[in-house]
Design a protein around this ligand. Structure first.
Ligand code: AP5
Length: 213
């Protein structure tokens, strides 16, 4: 979990490379928008405004994923739960399947650093790879290293939208950090460090169990 652009996706991909299933609600939503379904239309309206997707809709998609997977297999969730309602509901699902969370990894970056960082993010619309013009530039400017596609900026990375996302994060997601802190599960990381350092700290505290052979 964490503030917008703190590096949740970057870190989750590193963990997924160690064989752990990775699911990002942001990616799930963008795929739904891409499919141009009625649900995708509702999600797009919220995301374009820098708002959260409605809880009932997020929980509907996540419920389908959660109950469709074999019980007892590990996973890394990126961007879920993001509200107290989602966190409480998720706890009920886990309990119903006799599963427990190992950790809630929380990354935080200040607002100005967030605006600056997200202005440099570029994504490949074809394979989803994430770049940064300073921190993780592609070999050829504005071109995906893997598939050669042209890189784009996410629409919600415009400064006014980023600031709105940040305010919403403070209001909705910080209470979730407290919720997990009270359960002794919170691992809080300063996101203004190199991704490799954060991954190394995280792995020395917690070894994810590979779920994909
Ligand atoms: P989502 O895609 O999850 O957006 P977000 O939370 O705002 O996070 P980002 O994807 O912008 O950033 P990130 O933390 O993954 O950073 P990244 O690794 O890309 O969700 C999109 C929207 O969907 C949300 O705004 C919300 O509306 C909605 N939504 C999602 N989940 C929801 C839920 N559960 N309920 C309701 N609504 C929901 O890194 C960012 C950039 O920085 C990249 O360019 C990267 O290369 C670079 N970078 C990463 N780490 C570092 C580092 N340590 N140092 C320097 N650069 C770095």
């Amino acid at each position: 979990m964490g503030s917008p652009g703190a590096g949740k996706g970057t870190l989750a991909v590193e963990l997924a490379a160690r064989g752990v299933e990775h699911l990002s609600t942001g990616d799930l939503f963008r795929a739904e928008i891409e499919r141009k379904t009625p649900l995708g239309g509702r999600i797009k309206t919220a995301l374009d405004r820098g708002e959260l997707a409605p809880d009932e809709l997020t929980l509907g998609l996540m419920r389908k994923w959660f109950w469709g997977r074999p019980a007892g297999r590990g996973f890394v969730l990126d961007g879920f739960p993001r509200t107290l309602i989602q966190a409480r509901c998720f706890d009920e699902w886990l309990e119903a399947r006799n599963e427990v969370l190992s950790a809630c990894v929380f990354l935080e970056l200040g607002e100005e650093a967030t605006v600056k960082r997200l202005s440099g993010r570029r994504i490949c619309p074809w394979d989803g790879r994430v770049y940064h013009i300073e921190h993780r530039p592609p070999a050829i400017e504005e071109t995906c290293d893997d598939c050669g596609g042209s890189l784009v900026r996410r629409e919600d990375d415009a400064e006014t939208v980023v600031r709105r996302r940040y305010r919403l994060y403070l209001k909705k997601s910080r209470p979730v950090a407290k919720y997990y802190r009270d359960q002794g599960l919170l691992r809080f990381y300063d996101a203004d460090r190199r991704p490799a350092e954060i991954v190394s700290d995280l792995l020395s505290a917690y070894q994810p169990t590979p779920t994909i052979s």
